[in-house]
Design a protein around this ligand. Structure first.
Ligand code: HEC
Length: 268
């Protein structure tokens, strides 16, 4: 798990052309993508949900279930498959990850499914019948696309969900991206935050960032009581763009083309 934590103060920004919250639905997603048809059509890769349904849940759970699952590898729910596979070292060869996002060849799961020469123990599923090449390629493709928790990773990288939590004068905004981000790309220049009162829009200068794979947490401090809304903007300046783990620019406006601004307005 890659963690990044730093506090920063952003420079006061000039007007960035952001309007007043139109064009966003209540999850903070651009409403242009809310029909769903355009994004799913372009996203023709394999999702963990599909693998869970057709492979992990259908075949592997004969054995890989519950607290006594072989090698502690539980594949009995989508959540468990993700938690026990992605970025978790293999029991049998601890120098290898079970799933190494972006690297199917270095993923012990793939080696076990293909019966590679360097595995410990048996080819999976134990005793066969083994997966078809098509099924193995689906697992490979999901891993090659970054082994995302949500979505296939085959399309552009977008904000998949945004939410906010408020405690006293601190606000935490959680942005879940459709695949992991490149933590080096997270910089003050890539994110601007404002709060709105009845009469003004002020830059939030006291905030910290925490990136955990696909989730970016923004903690905003010292938000005054009279603030009515917080506004989070990504890519408002051309200087620094957020990159995903494959160094592709994040698709902020969810139009299936890399780049473009993302804006999330939350009413306090
Ligand atoms: C009939 C029972 C059985 C089935 C079905 C089965 N496994 Fe296993 N699996 C085992 C046992 C037992 C081990 C440990 C011994 C070995 O590796 O040979 C194991 C080990 C593994 C390991 C190594 C874990 C580690 O960290 O070292 C992986 C990966 C794995 N299985 C994946 C799968 C997948 C994916 C499926 C479904 C496609 C599957 N297995 C189906 C019994 C099973």
């Amino acid at each position: 798990m890659k963690l990044l934590f730093f506090a920063l103060a952003i420079a006061v920004l000039t007007a960035c052309g952001a309007g007043s919250g139109e064009g966003l639905n209540e999850q903070g997603l651009p409403s242009t993508s809310s029909s769903g048809s355009s994004s799913s059509a372009a996203d023709d890769g394999v999702t963990l949900a599909q693998l869970q349904q057709t492979i992990f849940g259908a075949i592997c759970t004969n054995c890989h279930t519950g607290a006594n699952a072989p090698r502690g590898l539980r594949l009995d729910s989508e959540e468990n498959s993700y938690a026990f596979l992605v970025n978790r070292s293999a029991d049998e060869i601890p120098t290898l990850m079970r799933v190494n996002p972006g690297n199917p060849d270095d993923s012990y799961l793939v080696k076990k499914l293909e019966g590679a020469a360097d595995i410990v123990g048996a080819r999976m599923p134990l005793g066969g019948p083994f997966l078809s090449q098509t099924q193995i390629d689906q697992v490979r493709s999901w891993i090659a696309n970054g082994a995302p928790r949500i979505g296939s990773g085959a399309a552009t990288t977008k904000v998949a969900r945004a939410s906010t939590q408020k405690t006293n004068n601190q606000i935490t905004v959680e942005l879940l991206f459709s695949r992991a981000l490149q933590f080096e790309s997270i910089a003050p220049e890539s994110i601007s935050i404002f709060y709105h009162t009845l009469s003004e829009r002020q830059a939030v200068e006291d905030f910290s960032l925490l990136l955990n794979d696909q989730t970016l947490y923004l903690t905003l401090n010292n938000i005054p009581a009279q603030a009515l809304q917080v506004e989070v903007i990504i890519h408002d300046r051309e200087l620094q763009q957020l990159l995903d783990h494959q160094y592709q620019v994040v698709d902020g406006d969810a139009d299936e083309i890399q780049g473009g601004g993302y804006r999330y307005v939350y009413a306090l």
